[in-house]
Design a protein around this ligand. Sequence first.
Ligand code: PMP
Length: 360
Amino acid sequence: MSRVYNFSAGPSMLPLEVLERAQKEMLDCNGSGQSVMEMSHRSKEYQAIIDDAEALLREIMNIPDNYKVLFLQGGASTQFAMIPLNLGNKNKKADYVITGQWAKKAFAEGKRYLEAHDIASSADKTFSYLPKVDKSMLTPGADFVHITYNNTIYGTHFNTMPDFGDAVVVSDMSSCILSEEVDVSKFGLIYAGAQKNMGPAGVTVVIVREDLIGNAMEFTPTMLNYETHASNGSMFNTPPTYAIYICKLVFEWIKNMGGIPVMHEKNVKKAKVLYDFLDQSSMFKGTVVPEDRSLMNVPFVTDSDELNAKFIAEAKAKGFVNLKGHRTVGGMRASIYNAMPLEGVEALVAFMKEFEANNK
Ligand code: PMP
Protein backbone atom coordinates (compact mmCIF):
# COMPACT_ATOMS: atom_id res chain seq x y z
CA MET A 1 0.00 0.00 0.00
CA SER A 2 1.34 3.42 -0.81
CA ARG A 3 -0.66 6.31 0.50
CA VAL A 4 0.10 9.86 -0.59
CA TYR A 5 0.37 12.93 1.62
CA ASN A 6 -2.82 14.68 0.64
CA PHE A 7 -2.83 18.45 1.16
CA SER A 8 -6.34 18.94 -0.24
CA ALA A 9 -8.52 21.68 1.26
CA GLY A 10 -11.44 19.27 1.36
CA PRO A 11 -12.49 16.57 1.03
CA SER A 12 -9.20 15.81 2.66
CA MET A 13 -7.18 13.21 4.53
CA LEU A 14 -8.87 11.07 7.14
CA PRO A 15 -6.93 9.39 9.96
CA LEU A 16 -5.63 6.02 8.80
CA GLU A 17 -6.95 4.38 11.98
CA VAL A 18 -10.46 5.59 11.10
CA LEU A 19 -10.28 4.21 7.56
CA GLU A 20 -8.99 0.89 8.84
CA ARG A 21 -11.75 0.64 11.41
CA ALA A 22 -14.36 1.44 8.74
CA GLN A 23 -12.80 -1.20 6.53
CA LYS A 24 -13.03 -3.74 9.32
CA GLU A 25 -16.66 -2.89 9.95
CA MET A 26 -17.59 -2.58 6.29
CA LEU A 27 -19.43 -5.89 5.92
CA ASP A 28 -20.56 -6.42 9.49
CA CYS A 29 -20.77 -3.48 11.84
CA ASN A 30 -20.77 -4.41 15.48
CA GLY A 31 -22.31 -7.86 15.03
CA SER A 32 -25.32 -6.50 13.15
CA GLY A 33 -24.55 -8.63 10.08
CA GLN A 34 -24.68 -5.56 7.83
CA SER A 35 -22.76 -2.53 6.67
CA VAL A 36 -23.75 0.83 8.17
CA MET A 37 -24.65 1.80 4.60
CA GLU A 38 -27.35 -0.86 4.57
CA MET A 39 -28.92 -0.06 7.92
CA SER A 40 -32.31 1.50 8.26
CA HIS A 41 -31.87 4.89 9.85
CA ARG A 42 -34.82 3.91 12.09
CA SER A 43 -33.06 0.80 13.42
CA LYS A 44 -31.77 0.63 16.97
CA GLU A 45 -28.29 -0.15 15.60
CA TYR A 46 -28.22 3.10 13.66
CA GLN A 47 -29.81 5.10 16.46
CA ALA A 48 -26.90 4.05 18.67
CA ILE A 49 -24.43 5.32 16.05
CA ILE A 50 -25.96 8.79 15.67
CA ASP A 51 -26.46 9.07 19.44
CA ASP A 52 -22.80 8.22 20.00
CA ALA A 53 -21.73 10.71 17.33
CA GLU A 54 -23.65 13.49 19.06
CA ALA A 55 -22.50 12.50 22.56
CA LEU A 56 -18.86 12.34 21.48
CA LEU A 57 -19.02 15.71 19.73
CA ARG A 58 -20.64 17.26 22.81
CA GLU A 59 -17.91 15.78 24.95
CA ILE A 60 -14.88 16.78 22.88
CA MET A 61 -16.19 20.29 22.13
CA ASN A 62 -17.65 20.78 25.58
CA ILE A 63 -21.00 21.87 24.10
CA PRO A 64 -23.36 23.33 26.73
CA ASP A 65 -26.75 21.64 27.27
CA ASN A 66 -28.70 24.60 25.91
CA TYR A 67 -27.29 23.99 22.42
CA LYS A 68 -28.68 21.56 19.84
CA VAL A 69 -26.36 19.55 17.64
CA LEU A 70 -27.81 18.91 14.18
CA PHE A 71 -26.49 16.66 11.41
CA LEU A 72 -27.75 18.17 8.16
CA GLN A 73 -27.24 17.93 4.42
CA GLY A 74 -26.66 20.48 1.67
CA GLY A 75 -23.12 21.41 2.69
CA ALA A 76 -22.03 24.52 4.54
CA SER A 77 -23.42 26.44 1.55
CA THR A 78 -27.00 25.61 2.53
CA GLN A 79 -26.32 27.27 5.89
CA PHE A 80 -25.75 30.53 4.03
CA ALA A 81 -29.56 30.51 3.49
CA MET A 82 -30.71 28.68 6.62
CA ILE A 83 -29.01 31.18 8.93
CA PRO A 84 -30.82 34.32 7.73
CA LEU A 85 -34.09 32.39 7.28
CA ASN A 86 -34.01 31.10 10.86
CA LEU A 87 -32.11 33.72 12.83
CA GLY A 88 -33.03 36.89 10.95
CA ASN A 89 -36.76 37.05 11.50
CA LYS A 90 -36.78 39.46 14.43
CA ASN A 91 -35.49 42.64 12.83
CA LYS A 92 -34.59 41.30 9.39
CA LYS A 93 -31.12 42.81 9.65
CA ALA A 94 -27.72 41.16 9.93
CA ASP A 95 -24.02 42.01 9.76
CA TYR A 96 -21.35 40.19 7.79
CA VAL A 97 -17.57 40.39 7.98
CA ILE A 98 -16.18 39.84 4.50
CA THR A 99 -12.94 37.89 4.71
CA GLY A 100 -13.03 35.75 1.57
CA GLN A 101 -15.11 33.91 -1.01
CA TRP A 102 -17.17 31.94 1.50
CA ALA A 103 -18.00 35.03 3.53
CA LYS A 104 -19.00 36.77 0.28
CA LYS A 105 -21.29 33.90 -0.61
CA ALA A 106 -22.87 33.91 2.86
CA PHE A 107 -23.41 37.68 2.53
CA ALA A 108 -24.93 37.39 -0.96
CA GLU A 109 -27.38 34.77 0.29
CA GLY A 110 -28.19 36.84 3.39
CA LYS A 111 -29.13 39.76 1.12
CA ARG A 112 -31.88 37.67 -0.43
CA TYR A 113 -33.77 37.45 2.87
CA LEU A 114 -32.84 40.47 4.96
CA GLU A 115 -31.04 43.78 5.15
CA ALA A 116 -27.45 42.54 5.14
CA HIS A 117 -24.57 44.87 6.01
CA ASP A 118 -20.93 44.18 5.13
CA ILE A 119 -19.48 45.89 8.17
CA ALA A 120 -15.83 45.22 7.31
CA SER A 121 -13.84 43.63 4.53
CA SER A 122 -10.27 42.69 3.65
CA ALA A 123 -10.95 42.56 -0.10
CA ASP A 124 -8.56 45.53 -0.60
CA LYS A 125 -5.54 43.27 -0.05
CA THR A 126 -6.88 40.05 -1.57
CA PHE A 127 -8.09 38.85 1.84
CA SER A 128 -4.50 38.39 3.08
CA TYR A 129 -5.38 39.78 6.52
CA LEU A 130 -8.42 40.06 8.77
CA PRO A 131 -10.09 43.42 9.29
CA LYS A 132 -10.37 44.68 12.87
CA VAL A 133 -13.96 44.35 14.01
CA ASP A 134 -15.75 44.95 17.29
CA LYS A 135 -19.13 45.70 18.76
CA SER A 136 -18.95 49.42 17.93
CA MET A 137 -19.26 48.49 14.24
CA LEU A 138 -22.44 46.44 14.57
CA THR A 139 -25.69 47.66 13.06
CA PRO A 140 -28.19 48.56 15.81
CA GLY A 141 -30.84 45.85 15.99
CA ALA A 142 -28.95 43.37 13.80
CA ASP A 143 -30.20 39.84 14.51
CA PHE A 144 -26.72 38.34 14.18
CA VAL A 145 -23.19 38.96 12.99
CA HIS A 146 -21.63 36.38 10.67
CA ILE A 147 -17.91 35.60 10.57
CA THR A 148 -15.84 32.98 8.78
CA TYR A 149 -13.53 31.81 11.54
CA ASN A 150 -11.00 30.20 9.22
CA ASN A 151 -10.79 31.26 5.59
CA THR A 152 -9.93 28.09 3.70
CA ILE A 153 -8.93 29.75 0.44
CA TYR A 154 -6.85 32.64 1.80
CA GLY A 155 -5.42 30.97 4.89
CA THR A 156 -6.52 33.50 7.50
CA HIS A 157 -7.95 32.70 10.92
CA PHE A 158 -9.38 34.77 13.77
CA ASN A 159 -6.56 34.16 16.24
CA THR A 160 -8.35 36.49 18.63
CA MET A 161 -12.10 36.27 18.84
CA PRO A 162 -13.54 39.74 18.12
CA ASP A 163 -15.47 41.34 20.99
CA PHE A 164 -19.04 41.60 19.71
CA GLY A 165 -20.51 42.16 23.17
CA ASP A 166 -23.79 40.30 23.56
CA ALA A 167 -24.57 40.12 19.82
CA VAL A 168 -25.54 36.72 18.39
CA VAL A 169 -22.34 35.55 16.70
CA VAL A 170 -22.66 33.05 13.85
CA SER A 171 -19.46 31.37 12.79
CA ASP A 172 -18.52 29.31 9.76
CA MET A 173 -15.96 26.88 11.18
CA SER A 174 -15.89 24.52 8.19
CA SER A 175 -12.11 24.48 7.99
CA CYS A 176 -11.09 24.74 11.65
CA ILE A 177 -13.69 22.89 13.71
CA LEU A 178 -12.04 20.38 16.10
CA SER A 179 -8.59 21.84 15.42
CA GLU A 180 -8.59 24.14 18.45
CA GLU A 181 -10.56 24.69 21.62
CA VAL A 182 -13.57 26.95 21.17
CA ASP A 183 -15.86 28.37 23.83
CA VAL A 184 -19.17 27.38 22.25
CA SER A 185 -21.11 29.61 24.67
CA LYS A 186 -19.65 32.68 22.93
CA PHE A 187 -21.57 31.78 19.76
CA GLY A 188 -25.22 31.68 18.80
CA LEU A 189 -24.51 29.22 16.03
CA ILE A 190 -21.49 27.34 14.71
CA TYR A 191 -21.62 25.42 11.44
CA ALA A 192 -19.17 23.30 9.49
CA GLY A 193 -19.17 21.03 6.49
CA ALA A 194 -17.66 17.71 7.57
CA GLN A 195 -15.25 17.15 4.72
CA LYS A 196 -12.18 18.78 6.25
CA ASN A 197 -11.78 17.95 9.92
CA MET A 198 -14.72 15.68 10.68
CA GLY A 199 -15.40 13.10 8.01
CA PRO A 200 -16.52 12.65 4.42
CA ALA A 201 -18.56 15.12 2.40
CA GLY A 202 -22.32 14.85 2.79
CA VAL A 203 -22.97 15.97 6.35
CA THR A 204 -22.90 19.44 7.85
CA VAL A 205 -22.81 19.94 11.60
CA VAL A 206 -24.80 22.82 13.09
CA ILE A 207 -24.46 23.70 16.78
CA VAL A 208 -27.17 26.18 17.65
CA ARG A 209 -28.39 27.79 20.87
CA GLU A 210 -31.89 26.54 21.61
CA ASP A 211 -33.50 29.95 22.00
CA LEU A 212 -32.56 30.78 18.39
CA ILE A 213 -34.67 27.90 17.06
CA GLY A 214 -38.39 28.25 16.32
CA ASN A 215 -38.62 31.74 14.86
CA ALA A 216 -38.00 31.09 11.16
CA MET A 217 -39.44 33.33 8.44
CA GLU A 218 -42.87 32.14 7.43
CA PHE A 219 -41.94 30.99 3.93
CA THR A 220 -38.93 28.94 5.14
CA PRO A 221 -39.06 25.51 3.49
CA THR A 222 -39.64 22.73 6.03
CA MET A 223 -36.24 21.18 5.29
CA LEU A 224 -34.49 24.53 5.88
CA ASN A 225 -36.06 25.11 9.28
CA TYR A 226 -33.81 24.21 12.24
CA GLU A 227 -36.95 23.39 14.23
CA THR A 228 -37.73 20.53 11.84
CA HIS A 229 -34.38 18.87 12.49
CA ALA A 230 -34.04 19.82 16.16
CA SER A 231 -37.39 18.30 17.08
CA ASN A 232 -36.67 15.09 15.15
CA GLY A 233 -33.14 14.30 16.31
CA SER A 234 -31.77 15.07 12.80
CA MET A 235 -34.07 12.29 11.50
CA PHE A 236 -36.97 14.19 9.96
CA ASN A 237 -35.88 12.49 6.77
CA THR A 238 -33.08 10.05 5.99
CA PRO A 239 -29.84 11.53 7.29
CA PRO A 240 -26.47 10.92 5.56
CA THR A 241 -26.05 7.78 7.61
CA TYR A 242 -22.61 6.61 6.52
CA ALA A 243 -21.04 10.08 6.67
CA ILE A 244 -22.31 10.50 10.24
CA TYR A 245 -20.85 7.09 11.13
CA ILE A 246 -17.41 8.11 9.86
CA CYS A 247 -17.69 11.37 11.82
CA LYS A 248 -18.38 9.29 14.91
CA LEU A 249 -15.17 7.33 14.30
CA VAL A 250 -13.24 10.59 13.85
CA PHE A 251 -14.67 12.03 17.09
CA GLU A 252 -13.60 8.82 18.86
CA TRP A 253 -10.13 9.10 17.32
CA ILE A 254 -9.81 12.68 18.61
CA LYS A 255 -10.98 11.66 22.07
CA ASN A 256 -8.48 8.79 22.15
CA MET A 257 -5.67 11.11 21.05
CA GLY A 258 -6.32 13.21 24.15
CA GLY A 259 -9.02 15.52 22.87
CA ILE A 260 -8.99 18.89 21.14
CA PRO A 261 -6.25 20.49 23.30
CA VAL A 262 -3.84 17.75 22.17
CA MET A 263 -5.02 18.12 18.56
CA HIS A 264 -4.35 21.86 18.80
CA GLU A 265 -0.87 21.35 20.21
CA LYS A 266 -0.04 19.06 17.30
CA ASN A 267 -1.50 21.55 14.82
CA VAL A 268 0.61 24.41 16.24
CA LYS A 269 3.72 22.27 15.91
CA LYS A 270 2.91 21.19 12.36
CA ALA A 271 2.09 24.69 11.12
CA LYS A 272 5.26 26.08 12.74
CA VAL A 273 7.42 23.71 10.71
CA LEU A 274 5.94 25.07 7.50
CA TYR A 275 5.74 28.76 8.46
CA ASP A 276 9.30 28.76 9.85
CA PHE A 277 10.53 27.41 6.54
CA LEU A 278 8.50 29.93 4.52
CA ASP A 279 9.80 32.83 6.65
CA GLN A 280 13.43 32.10 5.83
CA SER A 281 13.08 30.82 2.26
CA SER A 282 14.35 32.98 -0.58
CA MET A 283 12.04 31.22 -3.06
CA PHE A 284 8.74 30.51 -1.26
CA LYS A 285 6.67 33.11 0.55
CA GLY A 286 3.56 32.86 2.72
CA THR A 287 0.82 35.24 1.55
CA VAL A 288 -0.84 36.03 4.90
CA VAL A 289 0.22 38.59 7.51
CA PRO A 290 1.76 36.63 10.44
CA GLU A 291 -0.82 37.61 13.06
CA ASP A 292 -3.76 36.25 11.05
CA ARG A 293 -2.21 33.00 9.84
CA SER A 294 -4.28 29.83 9.85
CA LEU A 295 -3.00 26.57 11.33
CA MET A 296 -5.09 24.65 8.81
CA ASN A 297 -4.58 26.25 5.39
CA VAL A 298 -1.18 27.62 4.41
CA PRO A 299 -1.08 29.46 1.07
CA PHE A 300 2.31 30.29 -0.43
CA VAL A 301 3.85 31.42 -3.71
CA THR A 302 7.11 31.77 -5.58
CA ASP A 303 7.61 34.84 -7.76
CA SER A 304 6.77 33.04 -11.00
CA ASP A 305 3.77 31.10 -12.29
CA GLU A 306 6.09 28.72 -14.17
CA LEU A 307 7.99 27.88 -11.01
CA ASN A 308 4.72 27.37 -9.12
CA ALA A 309 3.53 24.94 -11.81
CA LYS A 310 6.87 23.11 -11.83
CA PHE A 311 6.79 22.80 -8.05
CA ILE A 312 3.22 21.44 -8.01
CA ALA A 313 4.04 18.87 -10.71
CA GLU A 314 7.27 17.66 -9.08
CA ALA A 315 5.63 17.54 -5.64
CA LYS A 316 2.84 15.40 -7.06
CA ALA A 317 5.33 12.98 -8.57
CA LYS A 318 6.84 12.58 -5.09
CA GLY A 319 3.48 11.83 -3.46
CA PHE A 320 2.60 15.31 -2.15
CA VAL A 321 -0.76 15.88 -3.80
CA ASN A 322 -3.33 18.69 -4.07
CA LEU A 323 -0.90 21.53 -3.38
CA LYS A 324 -2.37 23.78 -6.06
CA GLY A 325 -3.91 26.96 -4.66
CA HIS A 326 -7.62 27.64 -5.09
CA ARG A 327 -8.54 28.32 -8.70
CA THR A 328 -9.39 31.95 -7.89
CA VAL A 329 -5.99 32.79 -6.34
CA GLY A 330 -3.37 30.52 -7.89
CA GLY A 331 -0.04 29.70 -6.23
CA MET A 332 0.10 26.88 -3.73
CA ARG A 333 -1.80 25.94 -0.61
CA ALA A 334 -1.03 23.20 1.88
CA SER A 335 -4.07 22.21 3.92
CA ILE A 336 -2.84 20.50 7.05
CA TYR A 337 -5.93 19.42 8.94
CA ASN A 338 -5.99 17.20 12.03
CA ALA A 339 -5.40 14.00 10.05
CA MET A 340 -2.17 15.25 8.44
CA PRO A 341 0.69 13.85 10.51
CA LEU A 342 3.73 15.94 11.49
CA GLU A 343 5.85 13.65 9.29
CA GLY A 344 3.79 14.73 6.27
CA VAL A 345 4.62 18.40 6.87
CA GLU A 346 8.27 17.64 7.59
CA ALA A 347 8.52 15.60 4.40
CA LEU A 348 6.93 18.44 2.42
CA VAL A 349 9.38 20.99 3.85
CA ALA A 350 12.32 18.69 3.07
CA PHE A 351 11.07 18.49 -0.51
CA MET A 352 10.63 22.29 -0.70
CA LYS A 353 14.23 22.77 0.46
CA GLU A 354 15.46 20.37 -2.18
CA PHE A 355 13.36 22.09 -4.86
CA GLU A 356 14.72 25.49 -3.83
CA ALA A 357 18.32 24.27 -4.01
CA ASN A 358 17.76 22.69 -7.44
CA ASN A 359 16.05 25.73 -8.97
CA LYS A 360 18.27 28.63 -7.87
N1 PMP B 1 -17.26 27.70 4.14
C1 PMP B 1 -15.95 27.42 4.13
C2 PMP B 1 -15.04 28.14 5.09
C3 PMP B 1 -15.44 26.46 3.25
O1 PMP B 1 -14.13 26.19 3.22
C4 PMP B 1 -16.33 25.81 2.36
C5 PMP B 1 -15.89 24.73 1.41
N2 PMP B 1 -14.59 24.60 1.13
C6 PMP B 1 -17.68 26.16 2.39
C7 PMP B 1 -18.11 27.09 3.30
C8 PMP B 1 -18.66 25.50 1.47
O2 PMP B 1 -18.87 24.23 1.90
P1 PMP B 1 -19.75 23.15 1.11
O3 PMP B 1 -18.98 22.77 -0.10
O4 PMP B 1 -19.87 22.05 2.12
O5 PMP B 1 -21.06 23.78 0.80
